[in-house]
Design a protein around this ligand. Structure first.
Ligand code: NAG
Ligand code: NAG
Length: 288
Protein backbone atom coordinates (compact mmCIF):
# COMPACT_ATOMS: atom_id res chain seq x y z
CA UNK A 1 0.00 0.00 0.00
CA UNK A 2 2.75 2.37 0.94
CA UNK A 3 4.56 1.67 -2.35
CA UNK A 4 1.39 2.27 -4.36
CA UNK A 5 0.69 5.55 -2.64
CA UNK A 6 4.25 6.72 -3.25
CA UNK A 7 3.86 5.89 -6.95
CA UNK A 8 0.62 7.88 -7.03
CA UNK A 9 2.29 10.85 -5.38
CA UNK A 10 5.24 10.65 -7.77
CA UNK A 11 2.79 10.71 -10.68
CA UNK A 12 1.33 13.93 -9.34
CA UNK A 13 4.72 15.46 -8.68
CA UNK A 14 5.86 14.57 -12.18
CA UNK A 15 2.74 16.08 -13.72
CA UNK A 16 3.11 19.27 -11.71
CA UNK A 17 6.84 19.60 -12.34
CA UNK A 18 6.31 19.26 -16.09
CA UNK A 19 3.73 22.00 -15.80
CA UNK A 20 6.19 24.12 -13.82
CA UNK A 21 8.90 23.64 -16.41
CA UNK A 22 6.56 24.96 -19.07
CA UNK A 23 5.57 27.87 -16.84
CA UNK A 24 9.13 28.63 -15.85
CA UNK A 25 10.77 28.87 -19.26
CA UNK A 26 12.58 32.20 -19.48
CA UNK A 27 12.03 34.85 -22.18
CA UNK A 28 15.25 33.70 -23.87
CA UNK A 29 13.75 30.33 -24.82
CA UNK A 30 13.50 30.12 -28.60
CA UNK A 31 15.61 33.25 -29.11
CA UNK A 32 18.91 33.69 -30.89
CA UNK A 33 21.08 34.95 -28.05
CA UNK A 34 23.17 38.10 -28.47
CA UNK A 35 24.94 37.82 -25.14
CA UNK A 36 28.21 35.95 -25.62
CA UNK A 37 29.90 33.32 -23.53
CA UNK A 38 32.95 34.66 -21.70
CA UNK A 39 33.38 37.98 -19.92
CA UNK A 40 30.48 40.42 -20.06
CA UNK A 41 30.13 43.81 -18.42
CA UNK A 42 27.22 45.89 -17.19
CA UNK A 43 26.74 49.04 -15.14
CA UNK A 44 25.21 48.54 -11.71
CA UNK A 45 24.84 51.39 -9.25
CA UNK A 46 27.06 53.53 -11.54
CA UNK A 47 29.88 50.99 -11.32
CA UNK A 48 31.16 48.80 -14.14
CA UNK A 49 30.75 45.19 -13.15
CA UNK A 50 32.01 42.15 -15.00
CA UNK A 51 31.05 38.50 -14.98
CA UNK A 52 31.72 35.33 -16.91
CA UNK A 53 29.03 33.36 -18.72
CA UNK A 54 29.78 29.68 -19.36
CA UNK A 55 27.43 27.86 -21.71
CA UNK A 56 26.84 24.13 -22.00
CA UNK A 57 28.12 22.31 -25.08
CA UNK A 58 25.55 22.26 -27.87
CA UNK A 59 23.34 24.89 -26.21
CA UNK A 60 19.80 24.35 -27.47
CA UNK A 61 17.46 27.32 -27.11
CA UNK A 62 14.37 25.18 -26.75
CA UNK A 63 15.58 23.44 -23.57
CA UNK A 64 15.20 25.25 -20.24
CA UNK A 65 18.55 24.93 -18.44
CA UNK A 66 19.50 25.27 -14.81
CA UNK A 67 21.24 28.55 -13.96
CA UNK A 68 24.09 28.12 -11.47
CA UNK A 69 26.15 30.92 -9.95
CA UNK A 70 29.63 30.04 -8.72
CA UNK A 71 30.94 32.81 -6.48
CA UNK A 72 34.59 33.46 -5.64
CA UNK A 73 36.34 33.93 -2.31
CA UNK A 74 38.16 36.97 -0.88
CA UNK A 75 40.96 37.98 -3.28
CA UNK A 76 39.66 35.42 -5.78
CA UNK A 77 38.30 36.39 -9.18
CA UNK A 78 35.52 35.32 -11.49
CA UNK A 79 38.17 33.59 -13.59
CA UNK A 80 39.41 31.55 -10.61
CA UNK A 81 35.94 30.03 -10.38
CA UNK A 82 35.03 29.81 -14.08
CA UNK A 83 38.39 28.51 -15.30
CA UNK A 84 39.63 26.82 -12.18
CA UNK A 85 43.19 26.54 -10.96
CA UNK A 86 43.20 26.17 -7.21
CA UNK A 87 39.76 24.54 -7.59
CA UNK A 88 38.08 22.69 -10.42
CA UNK A 89 36.03 25.08 -12.62
CA UNK A 90 32.80 26.00 -10.84
CA UNK A 91 33.78 23.93 -7.81
CA UNK A 92 33.62 20.73 -9.87
CA UNK A 93 29.98 20.91 -10.95
CA UNK A 94 30.09 21.10 -14.78
CA UNK A 95 31.09 17.47 -15.51
CA UNK A 96 28.36 16.31 -13.15
CA UNK A 97 25.76 18.68 -14.61
CA UNK A 98 26.61 17.16 -18.00
CA UNK A 99 25.54 20.16 -20.08
CA UNK A 100 22.21 20.68 -18.33
CA UNK A 101 23.26 23.99 -16.76
CA UNK A 102 24.36 27.49 -17.70
CA UNK A 103 27.04 28.69 -15.29
CA UNK A 104 27.82 32.24 -14.24
CA UNK A 105 30.80 33.55 -12.29
CA UNK A 106 30.38 37.15 -11.16
CA UNK A 107 33.37 39.28 -10.18
CA UNK A 108 33.38 41.08 -6.83
CA UNK A 109 34.36 44.69 -6.29
CA UNK A 110 37.87 45.61 -5.30
CA UNK A 111 38.19 47.30 -1.96
CA UNK A 112 41.45 47.86 -0.11
CA UNK A 113 43.35 45.71 -2.59
CA UNK A 114 41.14 42.62 -2.34
CA UNK A 115 38.09 41.53 -4.22
CA UNK A 116 35.00 40.47 -2.35
CA UNK A 117 31.34 40.78 -1.62
CA UNK A 118 30.79 43.59 0.87
CA UNK A 119 27.38 44.07 -0.75
CA UNK A 120 27.25 47.71 0.36
CA UNK A 121 23.66 48.92 0.30
CA UNK A 122 22.73 45.70 -1.48
CA UNK A 123 24.76 46.50 -4.60
CA UNK A 124 26.03 42.95 -5.07
CA UNK A 125 22.52 41.54 -4.74
CA UNK A 126 21.42 44.02 -7.42
CA UNK A 127 24.33 42.82 -9.58
CA UNK A 128 23.14 39.22 -9.21
CA UNK A 129 19.58 40.22 -10.11
CA UNK A 130 20.78 42.11 -13.19
CA UNK A 131 22.82 39.10 -14.35
CA UNK A 132 19.78 36.83 -13.94
CA UNK A 133 17.74 39.26 -16.05
CA UNK A 134 20.39 39.55 -18.76
CA UNK A 135 20.98 35.80 -19.05
CA UNK A 136 17.32 34.87 -18.99
CA UNK A 137 16.35 37.51 -21.55
CA UNK A 138 18.70 35.84 -24.02
CA UNK A 139 19.06 32.22 -22.96
CA UNK A 140 16.59 29.47 -22.15
CA UNK A 141 16.56 29.02 -18.37
CA UNK A 142 14.17 27.18 -16.12
CA UNK A 143 13.38 30.05 -13.77
CA UNK A 144 12.49 27.58 -11.03
CA UNK A 145 16.01 26.17 -11.11
CA UNK A 146 18.38 28.97 -10.15
CA UNK A 147 21.22 28.10 -7.77
CA UNK A 148 24.19 29.74 -6.12
CA UNK A 149 27.26 28.27 -4.49
CA UNK A 150 30.46 29.74 -3.18
CA UNK A 151 33.37 29.32 -0.80
CA UNK A 152 34.24 31.66 2.07
CA UNK A 153 33.27 35.22 0.98
CA UNK A 154 31.42 33.51 -1.89
CA UNK A 155 29.54 31.48 0.71
CA UNK A 156 28.65 34.66 2.56
CA UNK A 157 27.33 36.08 -0.71
CA UNK A 158 25.39 32.90 -1.52
CA UNK A 159 23.86 33.09 1.95
CA UNK A 160 22.92 36.72 1.30
CA UNK A 161 21.25 35.61 -1.96
CA UNK A 162 19.28 33.01 0.01
CA UNK A 163 18.23 35.69 2.51
CA UNK A 164 17.17 38.30 -0.02
CA UNK A 165 16.29 36.35 -3.18
CA UNK A 166 14.93 33.22 -1.56
CA UNK A 167 11.78 33.35 -3.66
CA UNK A 168 13.85 33.46 -6.85
CA UNK A 169 16.52 30.84 -6.09
CA UNK A 170 15.81 27.14 -5.71
CA UNK A 171 18.80 26.32 -3.51
CA UNK A 172 22.17 27.60 -2.33
CA UNK A 173 25.36 25.96 -1.10
CA UNK A 174 27.63 27.78 1.35
CA UNK A 175 31.12 26.30 1.74
CA UNK A 176 33.01 27.48 4.82
CA UNK A 177 31.00 30.67 5.10
CA UNK A 178 30.06 33.37 7.57
CA UNK A 179 27.79 36.39 7.75
CA UNK A 180 29.92 38.61 5.50
CA UNK A 181 27.55 40.05 2.90
CA UNK A 182 24.55 40.77 5.08
CA UNK A 183 21.16 39.11 5.26
CA UNK A 184 18.39 41.41 4.14
CA UNK A 185 15.11 39.58 4.53
CA UNK A 186 16.25 36.22 5.78
CA UNK A 187 12.81 34.82 6.56
CA UNK A 188 11.96 32.84 3.41
CA UNK A 189 12.59 29.09 3.30
CA UNK A 190 15.34 28.13 0.84
CA UNK A 191 16.89 24.71 0.24
CA UNK A 192 20.28 25.02 1.93
CA UNK A 193 23.54 23.08 1.79
CA UNK A 194 26.20 24.05 4.33
CA UNK A 195 29.72 22.64 4.58
CA UNK A 196 32.45 23.56 7.04
CA UNK A 197 35.75 22.34 8.45
CA UNK A 198 36.00 21.58 12.16
CA UNK A 199 39.37 23.32 12.37
CA UNK A 200 38.62 26.29 10.15
CA UNK A 201 41.26 28.86 11.10
CA UNK A 202 39.75 31.69 9.02
CA UNK A 203 36.01 31.48 9.64
CA UNK A 204 35.35 29.22 12.61
CA UNK A 205 32.76 26.48 12.17
CA UNK A 206 30.42 28.30 14.56
CA UNK A 207 29.87 30.89 11.80
CA UNK A 208 28.85 28.18 9.34
CA UNK A 209 26.48 26.65 11.89
CA UNK A 210 24.94 30.08 12.42
CA UNK A 211 24.16 30.49 8.70
CA UNK A 212 22.77 26.97 8.51
CA UNK A 213 20.47 27.52 11.46
CA UNK A 214 18.71 30.42 9.72
CA UNK A 215 17.40 27.92 7.17
CA UNK A 216 16.89 25.12 9.68
CA UNK A 217 14.41 27.54 11.23
CA UNK A 218 12.93 29.02 8.03
CA UNK A 219 12.49 25.60 6.44
CA UNK A 220 10.80 24.21 9.54
CA UNK A 221 13.44 21.52 10.13
CA UNK A 222 13.91 19.92 13.52
CA UNK A 223 16.88 21.68 15.16
CA UNK A 224 19.76 19.41 16.08
CA UNK A 225 23.49 19.35 16.71
CA UNK A 226 24.63 17.21 13.77
CA UNK A 227 27.36 14.65 14.36
CA UNK A 228 30.86 15.75 13.42
CA UNK A 229 33.83 13.55 12.60
CA UNK A 230 36.49 13.17 15.23
CA UNK A 231 39.52 15.40 14.88
CA UNK A 232 42.33 13.59 13.12
CA UNK A 233 39.94 11.25 11.28
CA UNK A 234 40.24 13.21 7.97
CA UNK A 235 36.67 12.23 7.10
CA UNK A 236 33.38 14.03 6.71
CA UNK A 237 29.85 13.43 7.92
CA UNK A 238 26.80 14.62 6.05
CA UNK A 239 23.58 15.17 7.94
CA UNK A 240 20.24 15.48 6.19
CA UNK A 241 17.95 17.39 8.54
CA UNK A 242 14.57 15.90 9.29
CA UNK A 243 11.26 17.66 9.59
CA UNK A 244 11.98 20.26 6.88
CA UNK A 245 9.30 21.35 4.41
CA UNK A 246 9.49 18.62 1.76
CA UNK A 247 10.98 20.76 -1.01
CA UNK A 248 13.21 22.81 1.31
CA UNK A 249 15.83 20.40 2.63
CA UNK A 250 18.85 21.36 4.70
CA UNK A 251 22.07 19.33 4.41
CA UNK A 252 25.13 19.89 6.54
CA UNK A 253 28.58 18.46 5.86
CA UNK A 254 31.12 18.74 8.65
CA UNK A 255 34.65 17.70 7.73
CA UNK A 256 37.86 17.22 9.64
CA UNK A 257 39.87 20.00 8.06
CA UNK A 258 40.63 23.71 7.71
CA UNK A 259 39.37 26.55 5.49
CA UNK A 260 39.17 24.94 2.05
CA UNK A 261 36.66 24.22 -0.71
CA UNK A 262 38.48 21.10 -1.90
CA UNK A 263 38.60 18.91 1.19
CA UNK A 264 39.03 15.18 0.55
CA UNK A 265 38.82 12.21 2.87
CA UNK A 266 42.02 10.24 3.36
CA UNK A 267 40.20 6.93 3.53
CA UNK A 268 37.48 5.16 1.56
CA UNK A 269 36.80 4.72 -2.16
CA UNK A 270 37.10 8.45 -2.91
CA UNK A 271 40.31 8.91 -0.95
CA UNK A 272 42.13 12.15 -1.89
CA UNK A 273 39.37 13.26 -4.29
CA UNK A 274 37.37 16.19 -3.02
CA UNK A 275 33.76 15.43 -2.17
CA UNK A 276 32.63 19.05 -2.58
CA UNK A 277 31.36 19.10 -6.16
CA UNK A 278 29.80 15.66 -5.91
CA UNK A 279 28.02 16.48 -2.68
CA UNK A 280 26.73 19.87 -3.85
CA UNK A 281 25.58 18.42 -7.17
CA UNK A 282 23.75 15.68 -5.31
CA UNK A 283 21.97 18.43 -3.41
CA UNK A 284 21.19 20.64 -6.43
CA UNK A 285 20.22 17.84 -8.80
CA UNK A 286 17.43 16.56 -6.54
CA UNK A 287 15.38 19.54 -7.75
CA UNK A 288 13.94 19.23 -11.22
C1 NAG B 1 16.80 20.80 -29.07
O1 NAG B 1 15.98 20.30 -28.06
C2 NAG B 1 14.71 19.86 -28.54
C3 NAG B 1 13.85 19.55 -27.32
O2 NAG B 1 14.50 18.68 -26.45
C4 NAG B 1 14.91 18.71 -29.49
O3 NAG B 1 13.66 18.28 -30.00
C5 NAG B 1 15.82 19.16 -30.64
O4 NAG B 1 16.11 18.06 -31.48
C6 NAG B 1 17.10 19.74 -30.10
N1 NAG B 1 17.87 20.32 -31.20
C7 NAG B 1 19.12 19.96 -31.45
C8 NAG B 1 19.79 20.67 -32.60
O5 NAG B 1 19.71 19.12 -30.77
C1 NAG C 1 25.15 13.20 -20.50
O1 NAG C 1 24.04 13.56 -21.29
C2 NAG C 1 23.98 12.85 -22.51
C3 NAG C 1 22.88 13.47 -23.38
O2 NAG C 1 21.67 13.59 -22.68
C4 NAG C 1 23.76 11.38 -22.22
O3 NAG C 1 23.70 10.64 -23.42
C5 NAG C 1 24.92 10.87 -21.36
O4 NAG C 1 24.67 9.55 -20.97
C6 NAG C 1 25.07 11.74 -20.12
N1 NAG C 1 26.28 11.35 -19.44
C7 NAG C 1 26.31 11.14 -18.14
C8 NAG C 1 27.65 10.79 -17.57
O5 NAG C 1 25.32 11.22 -17.42
Amino acid sequence: MKFLSIVAIEGLVLASSLFNVVQAASAGCGKAAKLKAGTNTMTVNSKTRDWILTLPDNYNNTKPYRLIFGIHWLTGTSSDVANGGSIQPYYGLPPLANNTAIFVSPNGLKSGGSTGWANSNGEDITFIQEIVKAVEADYCVNEKLRFSMGFSYGAGMSYSIACTLGKDFRAVAALSGALLSGCVGGTDPVAYYGQHGLSDSVLPIASGRQLRDTFVKNNGCTPQSPPEPTKGSKTHIRTVYSGCASDKPVWWTAFDGDHTPIQADNTGPNKDTTFTGKSVWEFFSQFS
